[in-house]
Design a protein around this ligand. Sequence first.
Ligand SMILES: [Cu+2]
Length: 123
Amino acid sequence: MKTQAEKIFHTIRAILVIALTFGVSSSIWAMNHNDHPNGHNMHMASEHKTMQKTVIAEVKRVQLHNGKITLKHGELDELDMPPMTMSFSADDPTMLEGLKRGDQVQFRSDSKMKLLEIQKTID
Ligand SMILES: [Cu+2]
C-alpha cells in the first residue's frame, strides 16, 4: 500500500512532467514560428504559394461591401487545387467593381485565397 505522502508525491511529479513537456514543446513551436517572417499562421506544413499566371473562372457571387467574390474556377495547378467553386477575398474591394454573376474572368490569387488580380475576359 502506498502512503498518502507517496500518492501526493506521485501526483505532483506527474503534474510537473506534463507542465515541463508542454512548456518545452510550446517554446520549440514559438521558435519555429519566428523562423517564418511571412507569418504562416495556420498552415505550417503547406508553403505559401502565389499564382504567376491567370486562370479562367466564372463569377458566381460578388460582395463589394466585404471584398469577397465567389468564383467557379478551373484547375489551379500552381496551387495544386482542382476545379471548384470557392470564395476569394480582395484587400481592395474596388478590384471587384463592375463584376457580376455570370461574367467570365481571369484571375490570380495566392494559396491563402487572397485575390491578387482579376479582369473580365474579352470575348
Ligand atoms: Cu479552389
